[in-house]
Each structure stands twice: as C-alpha cells, then as structure tokens.
Design a protein around this ligand. Sequence first.
Ligand code: FES
Length: 144
Amino acid sequence: MSETQELELASNVGFTAPNGPFITTGDLHIETLDGQKLSQPKASLCRCGASAKKPFCDGTHRTSGFADPGEAAPAAKIDSPAPAGPLRVTMIPNGPLIAEGPLTVQNAHRQTIANNTTTALCRCGASASKPYCDGSHNSIGFEG
Ligand code: FES
C-alpha cells in the first residue's frame, strides 16, 4: 500500500446521502447534547432535523418530506486534505453540528466538494447551502 493510500484510508470523509443523512467515516468522536461521548468509525448524522436520536439518523427523513439530492458543487478552490487526525463532532443546541478536524466533504456522487478543518453541518434541514449551515435554523425556530 502506498503512503497516499494509507493517508486516504485514515482520513475522515463524509458524504451526503440523497434525501438522507450525512454519512461519515473516520476517527469520529461525537458528543451529544446530553453529554455522551462516543468514539466510533462510522456515523449516519441526521440532516433533516426530525430524528428522535439526534445527532444520528433514525430513518425519519423517509417520512418527514426531507428533500435534498446532495448535488452541492465543489468549492472553487479545494485545499489539499489536512493530515489525518481525529474528528470531534459536537451539537450546537438548536443549531448545526460542528466538525472540528480534517474532513473531506463529498456530495452524493462521492465527488469531493471541500477539504475542511472546521465544518458547520446543517442538521435542521432548512439550509440553502446544504450540507453546510447557513444560519436558517434561526429563522425556522429549529429546536433540537
Ligand atoms: S443547522 Fe440548518 S441552517 Fe443551521
């Protein structure tokens, strides 16, 4: 295995499932609103805002009417991936998920749209810039 392949395998990657969650793999350390700290290699993170198991997807998007095909275009300039490392995911009350650490963000075609070191991910379902938060959670009165 080449050094590049090893780096790719160790990296954190998240992609938008069409009309569904943000599926993330890597060295994930997730903190829930009730204080749980979970370390795991994979997580399906709710994007629709309706899951009863936030920040995780519970399948409610299938009945909540959530629609986002995950067609976000690549950023004009895509930075090189940051060195592999842990990804800390926290929930802002009534707001986005904050992913701190290297994260390759992909659209539904598994096309890289950004390599970030800090990412605010929409979890209310209302952002016009999915998968990112654009502040719309404030205007819709998102609670969760
Ligand atoms: S969490 Fe959806 S716009 Fe901020």
